[in-house]
Design a binder for this molecule. Structure first.
Ligand SMILES: Cc1cc2nc3c(=O)[nH]c(=O)nc-3n(C[C@H](O)[C@H](O)[C@H](O)COP(=O)(O)O)c2cc1C
Length: 340
């Protein structure tokens, strides 16, 4: 029998009531120390009530010293764990599993004078690379303590890990650079560490299908990295790209802009693939399930416009998102949809 959007799916350490995922979407309203605001609790409660199969909480910084993006949540200190436990309680109350996206915008070296300096992969010492790996593993342990069902390693969109694995940025000639396996070693070491410290978590990764820049990660190399991750036990892979939130996407017209890569990836790795990017209609999503091996369908902007879109789809009240992909959400308070 064919696969359906609204059917239960069991992945490693993750049970979902349907195949729709809320793709990580950062609100930009956390306090300076990374604390979650009441407004953010409200946003997540609304999405969880809207019927999505699982939520990926937006960009959550593994470092206390990284101010690369504005208003990011952080899981960089144990004292923050109770705030995240409150968040998982709110989401779990709606029968919705929740994954947290662990991310680093950039690495900031601590200088002897107490200031910090943004440091690119080529200039980092091995000790500093180990610090980054350690920050991801420690944050995953905090996520487990806060009752998250999983963590997502953010290796997309040209933030730190995405730059580190990109041949455009990483010109190291040690074991962390030089070829695909070496550049992706940072990912496999993070993955190994999380897997051994937190065996109960679903561990997923978000990765660029291509950097879409000259000299950057291309599709064949991204596929090779995904194969390496699959061989090292990643539980699922979310496919994105550097042109993360393309404008002007219309239901039935130009949906699913990373589909070709994701469909090919799903043929080539033995782990569930999630597709994000311009999914807008039941018709296209069902066609993807009918014609490819892609398992999960991720939505970001459609749920800013209509947090209850999954419930509307299920009840038949709607078959297409009202999102017009204007990208005004990027500049609005809390990244809210300006049409709501
Ligand atoms: C306001 C906004 C915030 C976003 N924040 C994140 C984020 O925290 N982490 C991430 O990986 N992607 C982030 N994205 C990208 C989305 O997860 C998604 O990959 C992209 O918007 C394409 O999907 P869509 O067409 O369903 O919106 C964000 C997108 C928007 C519009």
């Amino acid at each position: 029998m064919g696969r359906k959007i609204f059917e239960a799916v069991n992945l490693h350490n993750l049970r979902m009531k349907n195949r729709l995922i809320r793709s990580a979407t950062w609100e930009g309203i956390a306090d300076f120390d990374g604390s979650i605001s009441d407004e953010a609790y409200g946003i997540y409660s609304e999405i969880a009530k809207g019927g999505v199969g699982a939520i990926i909480v937006g960009f959550t910084d593994v470092s206390q010293d990284d101010y690369y993006i504005h208003g990011a949540m952080r899981l960089s200190r144990d004292e923050l764990i109770p705030q995240y436990r409150k968040l998982t309680d709110i989401i779990h109350a709606e029968d919705c599993p929740v994954i947290i996206q662990l991310a680093l915008g950039a690495f900031y070296r601590k200088l002897p004078n107490g200031l910090t300096q943004q440091t690119e992969p080529d200039n980092m010492t091995e000790d500093e690379i180990q610090q980054v790996i350690g920050m991801f593993i420690q944050s995953a342990k905090r996520a487990e303590a806060a009752n998250f069902d999983g963590v997502q390693i953010h290796a997309a969109h040209f933030f730190f890990l995405s730059r580190f694995i990109s041949p455009r940025v990483n010109h190291r000639n040690d074991s962390y650079g030089g070829n695909t396996a070496n550049r992706s070693r940072i990912l496999t070491e993070i993955l190994d560490g999380i897997k051994s410290e937190c065996p109960g978590l679903h561990v997923t990764i978000k990765i660029n299908s291509s950097d879409f820049i000259r000299g950057g990660l291309n599709e064949s190399e991204s596929l090779e990295i995904c194969r390496i991750l699959a061989d090292n036990g990643i539980d699922s892979i979310e496919v994105s790209g550097n042109g993360t939130s393309a404008e002007g996407i219309r239901a039935g017209v130009n949906e699913a802009y990373f589909l070709d890569f994701a469909a090919n990836l799903a043929e080539n790795v033995n782990v569930p693939v999630m597709l994000v990017g311009g999914l807008r209609s039941i018709r296209v999503m069902q066609r993807i399930l009918d014609t490819t091996k892609i398992e999960l369908l991720s939505l970001s902007r459609p749920l800013l416009r209509e947090p209850d879109l999954p419930a509307k789809f299920l009840s038949g009240k709607s078959s297409e998102s009202l999102c017009v992909s204007c990208n005004a959400c990027y500049s609005s308070h809390a990244h809210r949809c300006i049409y709501r």
